[in-house]
Write a protein that binds this ligand. Structure first.
Ligand code: BG6
Length: 548
């Protein structure tokens, strides 16, 4: 009947030493690690948040957009706020509704009906010490069904150690878990709802570091296996793909972040075989093409999590206008699969590192498989590319082995740099863009990727002696123009780091530092091997800079 609340600012293992979460006594509990989005990084602003009485405790992922109005109203009614967060309105709002509602559940429902924005919530109250309340709107939330125990989490790997049985909640779902099971209602249905319990094939080991220092490094190394599984799964799931693509007037490939760069690769790979498509960043979709999309179009939504809000928004918009939706995702049952007419699930296994690595190559492999299938059905000569795609995992293992020490060595130079450019052309461009994204997201070094031909239209102005230039060099029709771009950068003193085919001694001689990939990848398979050295450099540079 009492609540033990411990929270602070800092890294989890440091807090554990100080606050000893693992020694807390009880049989229910909630917790949350959250970046500061509202207010400074202080103990008070850390989750969980409580009401005036201290009896209602809330953790929240998402953003409450109308919190300013709600807070003003609650303050007028006498509620005392202790933080600058958006989340704190939630416990106070429930407390307020408890004044007139008979049960906590009713007060909880009344409160969430007032929230605008996005939320995944877990709530406990000393008034009902046997329950964890939850609600989901836009932000992902899943329930794990264990042996007489239940888990509420924003992602499946959080409870894989205890169960593989999962309910994926829909928007508007809310309720509670207790010893007796899951009580589930939906705000829009206005009543009880039933959701399927799925069993995921992911294992506990997949969600552990398995001897690697960080999950990111583990996931970089998992890529051969993840691509292998993904190709096997793609083969089983693409039966009606050719006709779906054939029936489309326009094809859009929609995604965010790393998934967008995989989508851009899809656009280039489709173009190789004369299939017109356009990759679009999800957050720009509505403004860029929203008014053109109609029932004759096919939208391929690419999302590792299947839960990225901008991507879901773009797809819902297209669906409302009658377009057909194909989802490529890593998470079975995720929100994107409920929007899609057809879903292709990848076999990358759980992604725990926030910065995508193995899911990028899995997405590339899936899109490649799709276009090769389409091209073959239309009589294009795809050579031995399907076989090469199936064998790519072996080469990916070699690339990992050959380039890891080199990446460590380069990190010794990179870690003091403040900027870097990543250049590519054609099928090398998406890899260059992804390499730059990894460097900024993980090592916090400003990095810009762009089509190599653009250097002279502005970027070269910044290049001075020692400025790192990463060049993704394919031995295809873009090869000579890449050499020109490298020359330009060299003439300004740029420090050239190239990723080249093993026997491309010409580029290697022009470069200050070179990574090698096996021959035979200067085609739509390129990102599968070319991206690996760039992922490794970003990772080792981050480690060298002392970032977690
Ligand atoms: C970002 C991640 O927040 O989301 C990226 O840092 C990721 O790595 C992007 O690519 C999109 O996520 P998803 O799940 O839609 O592929």
């Amino acid at each position: 009947g009492s609540i033990d609340l411990r929270k602070d600012v800092g890294k989890i293992d440091e807090l554990e030493k100080r606050l000893k979460f693992s020694e807390m006594v009880g049989y229910i509990g909630i917790g949350h690690t959250r970046w500061a989005t509202h207010g400074a990084v202080t103990r008070w602003n850390a989750h969980p948040h409580i009401d005036c009485s201290g009896k209602i405790v809330v953790v929240h992922n998402g953003i409450i957009e109308n919190y300013v109005d709600l807070k003003r109203d609650l303050e007028r009614k006498g509620h005392k706020f202790r933080t600058q967060t958006d989340t704190e309105v939630i416990p106070h709002l429930i407390e307020e509704h408890l004044k007139e509602k008979e049960t906590f559940l009713e007060a909880f429902e009344a409160a969430i009906r007032e929230l605008k924005g996005a939320y995944a919530l877990a709530i406990i109250t000393s008034l009902e010490p046997e329950r964890i309340y939850f609600a989901r709107f836009f932000s992902p939330l899943v329930i794990g069904i264990g042996d007489k125990e239940y888990f509420v989490a924003s992602d499946i790997p959080a409870f894989l150690e205890w169960t593989q049985r999962v309910i994926i909640l829909h928007d508007g779902d809310y309720g509670y878990v207790s010893q007796d099971g899951v009580f589930l209602k939906n705000l829009f249905v206005g009543d009880f709802v039933e959701r399927d319990i799925m069993t995921v094939e992911w294992t506990k080991e997949m969600a552990e570091k398995g001897g690697f220092e960080h999950f990111m490094l583990k996931e970089i190394h998992e890529q051969p296996e993840s691509v292998r599984r993904t190709i096997i799964m793609a083969e089983k799931q693409m039966a009606d793909m050719v006709s779906m693509l054939d029936d489309a007037e326009d094809i859009y490939i929609v995604a965010a972040g790393t998934s967008y760069y995989a989508s851009l690769h899809g656009q280039y790979a489709f173009a190789k075989y004369g299939l017109k498509s356009r990759a679009i960043v999800s957050s720009e979709f509505l403004e860029e093409v929203g008014t053109f999309v109609d029932k004759d179009d096919v939208i391929i939504g690419v999302s590792q999590s299947g839960e990225t809000a901008d991507t879901l928004k773009a797809l819902r918009h297209a669906k409302n206008r009658g377009a057909k939706i194909i989802a490529i995702t890593n998470v079975i049952g995720s929100a994107i699969t409920r929007i899609a007419d057809k879903s292709i699930i990848m076999g990358a296994g759980p992604e725990i590192g926030v910065a995508a690595t193995k899911t990028f190559t899995a997405q590339v492999a899936t899109l490649n498989y799709m276009i090769l299938k389409w091209a073959k059905a239309h009589g294009y000569d795809v050579g031995n590319l399907v076989e090469k795609l199936r064998n790519a995992p072996e080469d990916m293992s070699l690339v990992l082995k050959d380039n890891e020490d080199k990446a460590k060595k380069l990190a010794e130079e990179m870690y003091v740099k403040t900027n870097a450019y990543y250049l590519g052309r054609g099928l090398g461009l998406p890899t260059a863009l992804e390499g730059a994204l990894k460097m900024k997201e993980i090592a916090y070094i400003h990095a810009e990727g762009y089509p190599a031909g653009e250097s002279k239209h502005g970027p070269i102005a910044l290049v001075e002696p020692g400025f790192p230039i990463f060049a993704v060099v394919l031995k295809d029709e873009t090869y000579h123009r890449m050499q020109i771009a490298i020359e330009e950068m060299k003439s300004r003193g740029g420090y050239i780091v190239s990723v080249t085919e093993m026997d491309d001694t010409h580029t290697q001689n022009m470069s200050d530092f070179s990574f090698f990939v096996p021959g035979g990848y200067s085609n739509i398979l390129a990102p599968l091997v070319y991206v690996i050295p760039l992922q490794l450099v970003a990772y080792y540079t981050a480690v060298k800079r002392g970032y977690d």
